[in-house]
Design a protein around this ligand. Structure first.
Ligand code: BDR
Ligand code: CA
Length: 311
């Protein structure tokens, strides 16, 4: 079993990602921690509880984390609507589970310390909680098998021409995780997630199952936003691609890159910059950046999983 913790800001594509983890029999989902990002922390936490309940996993502990980035104001994202789930949050039955009494960083620390096997953390929102965890409890790094991070854009961004949303929201936290720390990281940037977008036939097939129907009902507002902002009329499930890699390491093909994060306030704010001038020297910090995949096979597997098949 692959021990997994999801740090998330649901979020339409976060909902798909959580559902994918719940639908994967080889995953032992230890916890879900929430962060402010696509929408405020109250919504992301409530949405996380309700998505887990939708997937029949009310038993998974949920803890609320950072209310805001390190040193920046809260900046949301219209893509996910005013409830975080594309206006469909009201339609999902409310979970009867309650939020864990611990804050997200404490829950992450407790789970890692208690685990006798390494744990994969998949971070699919701004990196505030993860940076705080690594700063406050460095001893738990030994328990982290790998951090799979959805974020960044090597050839450009989505929220600005240069920056991807999760990194743009809290660049200082992202810099800590991607540049300063030494924990193994696989970065899943928009370069690959955009290529894994799916269209109506995929969504229509997913909508033939009860959970799938609810997930698909969250997508119209999000798709309309992407059409308006980046001219794409398909569904980009960024976060689910990162979870797919966390579940099956190597499903995305990675390149080792030295990274920097632009923490200034100019037009490059929140950009993820890869240094491709020469190979890294021994001992230099590199991140495995996912830049390629068998896209058709991958989106097919995600669909099968979400429809309740493990083939
Ligand atoms: C990321 O930003 C959010 O809008 C999505 O949930 C995803 O985590 C994509 O840039
Ligand atoms: Ca997200």
């Amino acid at each position: 079993m692959r021990r997994l913790i999801i740090d998330t800001d649901p979020g339409v594509d976060d909902a798909f990602a959580i559902a994918l983890a719940c639908a994967s029999p080889e995953v032992d989902l230890l916890a879900v921690t929430t962060v402010a990002g696509n929408i405020g922390i109250e919504h992301t936490t409530r949405n996380a509880l309700n998505i887990l309940a939708l997937c029949g996993r009310e038993d998974v502990p949920v803890a609320a984390g950072a209310h805001r980035p390190f040193s920046r104001p809260v900046r949301g994202d219209d893509a996910h609507g005013n409830d975080g789930l594309g206006g469909h949050a009201y339609a999902i039955p409310a979970s009867t589970a309650v939020v864990d009494k611990r804050d997200a960083v404490t829950l992450l620390k407790d789970m890692l310390e208690a685990s006798d096997e390494p744990v994969t953390i998949v971070a699919i929102g701004p990196l505030t909680n993860i940076a705080l965890l690594l700063a406050a409890h460095p001893s738990v790094k030994a328990k982290i098998d790998r951090l799979v991070v959805m974020g960044g854009g090597i050839e450009g961004g989505n929220i600005t021409p240069s920056a991807e949303f999760n990194v743009w929201v809290d660049p200082e936290a992202a810099r800590r995780v991607l540049v300063e720390e030494d924990v193994p990281v696989t970065l899943v940037p928009v370069d690959i997630t955009m290529r894994c977008a799916v269209g109506d036939p995929w969504l229509n097939e997913l909508a033939t199952t009860p959970v799938g129907r609810e997930l698909v009902a969250m997508t119209p507002h999000y798709r309309a936003f992407y059409l308006e902002e980046v001219g794409r009329d398909d569904f980009v499930m960024h976060d689910a691609i990162a979870v797919a890699e966390a579940i099956e390491p190597g499903v995305l093909r990675t390149t080792q890159l030295r990274l920097e994060v632009d923490c200034t306030d100019g037009p490059g704010s929140g950009a993820t910059i890869a240094d491709r001038r020469k190979p890294a020297s021994p001992g230099e910090r590199v991140v495995d950046v996912a830049l390629d995949a068998d896209v058709e096979a991958l989106t097919g597997t995600i669909l099968s999983r979400l429809r309740g098949r493990s083939d």
